[in-house]
Design a protein around this ligand. Sequence first.
Ligand code: SAM
Ligand code: SF4
Length: 328
Amino acid sequence: MIDPFGRSITYLRVSVTDRCDLRCAYCMAEDMTFLPKAEILSLEELDRLCAAFIRLGTTKIRITGGEPLVRRDVMTLFASLGARLGGALDELTVTTNGTQLARHAEALAAAGVKRINVSMDTLDPAKFAAITRWGKLDKTLDGIFAAKAAGLAIKINAVALKGFNEDEYDRMLAWCGEHGFDLCLIETMPMGEIDADRTDQYLPLSLVRARLRKAWTLEDTDYATGGPARYYNVAETGRRIGFITPMTHNFCESCNRVRLTCTGTLYMCLGQDDAADFRPLLRAGVSDDAIDAAIHAAIARKPKGHDFIIDRRHGAPAVARHMSVTGG
Ligand code: SAM
Ligand code: SF4
């Protein structure tokens, strides 16, 4: 699948639910309304769409959400996708908040998942409870260590939030080094209405990187995971730090990704509204050829890039849907 800008589309992110057991302040409003069950694709429907993408050249699938591990029976999807590893699919992975990992880590490893991303924005229990509104740090840590024990490689994702966790990155980098995890910092993106003004939260990672360099040796590396992060080796820990900078730097040139939501809507760009709806096709019982043709038609509409610009006056979101709809 080659898009109109010559980019090869090999990476599919699949949001398997819009629901979540946390309410991270930058991601969701506290009183989120979730989709009615009838609009959500079954795991078999999601599997069929993933199979079509794999047939057309997708080599990497990341399962995300909402919180993917709160979806009932989601392990059956991991198992069926995992069975395609070693064939056309090279990698199956997941982004999770970690709350359900203690239960599922072994099954993820058994399905062939090798690396996972766990979102954890702070190591301070009180701050963790505040930013997630409903979370307990210990539960996420238990999940992280269960995943480590199951042999999964772990990357900790932290959203960089001005005045919230900006004094913690040194400690987090050291903690990740101690436990053998990579760390990835992410700039906040203006997606969906939340209960706060995002201009207050935005922290450019160019600044963070410059501050980190005072204490750490960040060595250039061409390490890449097929995602949007730019990585450095941290000489002192032997682990890596990544920066995802959609706001400070155009990360679209090498974009190889499209995103499927739990309703069967394919977004060709995280930061644009154009989408292709596969649910009517699936529910009309169309052939695999018709699904493949619809995927090709969607890829042919992939835009050059996003237009995330924080509106400094009223902090309105650039796209109306929340990150929990399209997944991270
Ligand atoms: N619930 C899972 C989790 O938290 O890892 C998966 C879904 S979550 C939407 C995926 C990632 O998006 C998380 O790392 C989260 O911190 C990040 N995220 C959510 N809202 C964001 C925003 N407005 N800007 C930047 N990153 C965001
Ligand atoms: Fe849930 Fe992940 Fe959004 Fe937090 S970032 S509210 S854990 S979907």
